[in-house]
Design a protein around this ligand. Structure first.
Ligand code: P6P
Length: 332
């Protein structure tokens, strides 16, 4: 049995110890959040605060509460002087932490929170970037680095079990929370995503706004062709952590494309680059998969703002590459 602590102790690299402090803090925040989710209905923590966040979305009570839990856990380590969160409009920089704070952390404290009131699967997604700058104005530069700069990424999935999926650059590993013992046990070692799957995950309700490439790809995988393993089956949970986790373990593809020109309000997509697409991109690529906007590798995008949205096609290498073929209109 390998615990998270034992796994982190084996980390290599000059920042391994500091990075381990951050991961342990995020895991501890995950335990606190898991406990609160389990009893939210009992203590009136479901529902909305009445506010609207920078995304223009109704803020759930648990969104705000979980954000405070993650911020406090990261602050306590002293290892990060810059934080970006879905729940915080501005980049949060604490200059007094720059001396010991070698990282910037971007996170979505409760992703998929529309599922909270219906007891659905949600998750905490995190992305760790190395601090590059110094002085007072380095926060923005450190927060807005491309996904290839990440030194760690992962998510905590609050489901029938509480599961931490993590990469620090040397493969993808999963740790299941043993609540009775209060330890995380490595239950998934060196996760590899199948080269191709049989499942696709997309919000079909946006069909009229799909770009032609997405429409062509989806019609292709819906067609009957037994020899090439089609049709695929459809799964959509409305929770990125749930849909990506299934895709990571079983193969297939998750798509959240941009709205085709003039068809809708999400002209650059819905998902956020810094704390949804980049970390999921690092995780899935580390397992042998791919993460694309349909035309470019997500991790090579140069961020321009902390909450910017990008299209996301993520999953098995062959499935993502095939979708890109349809985007490039090389396939009809
Ligand atoms: P839609 C949740 O709000 C989220 O950011 C992801 O977790 C999820 O995959 C997606 O948006 C769901 O969006 O438009 O299908 O409800």
């Amino acid at each position: 049995v390998t615990t998270l602590d034992a796994h982190l102790a084996g980390g290599r690299g000059p920042d391994a110890a500091d990075l381990a402090d951050l991961v342990r803090a995020l895991a501890a925040a995950g335990v606190t959040i898991a406990d609160e989710l389990a009893r939210a209905a009992l203590i009136g923590q479901l529902g909305t605060t009445g506010d609207t966040n920078v995304q223009g979305e109704k803020v759930k009570k648990l969104d705000v509460w979980a954000n405070d839990v993650v911020v406090a856990a990261l602050d306590a380590t002293g290892r990060a002087c810059t934080l970006v969160s879905e729940e915080m409009e501005e980049i949060r920089h604490r200059p007094e932490r720059c001396a010991g704070g070698r990282f910037a952390v971007c996170f979505d404290p409760v992703d998929g929170s529309s599922n909270l009131d219906v007891n659905g699967i949600v998750g905490t997604i995190f992305s760790v970037l190395p601090r590059r700058g110094a002085g007072a104005d380095h926060a923005r530069a450190d927060a807005l680095q491309p996904g290839t700069a990440q030194v760690a990424a992962g998510y905590i999935m609050y489901g029938p079990s509480t599961l931490l999926m993590l990469t620090t650059g040397d493969g993808v590993h999963g740790f299941t929370l043993d609540r009775a013992q209060g330890v995380w046990i490595r239950t998934h070692t060196n996760v590899r995503i199948p080269a191709r799957g049989r499942t696709y995950s997309i919000n079909d309700g946006n069909f009229t706004r799909w770009p032609d490439g997405v429409r062509g790809f989806v019609e292709h995988i819906r067609a009957i062709d037994v020899a090439s393993g089609r049709p695929y089956t459809a799964r959509y949970a409305g929770s990125l952590v749930m849909d990506v986790h299934r895709t990571l373990l079983e193969g297939g593809i998750y798509l959240y494309p941009e709205d085709a020109a003039g068809s809708g309000k999400q002209s650059t997509g819905k998902l956020r680059l810094m704390y949804e697409c980049s970390p999921m991109g690092m995780l899935v690529e580390s397992a042998g998969g791919a993460a694309s906007t349909g035309r470019a590798r997500v991790r090579e995008l140069a961020p321009t703002s902390p909450h910017q949205r990008v299209p996301l096609l993520i999953g098995s290498l062959e499935d993502v590459r095939l979708a890109e073929e349809f985007y490039a209109a090389r396939r009809a």
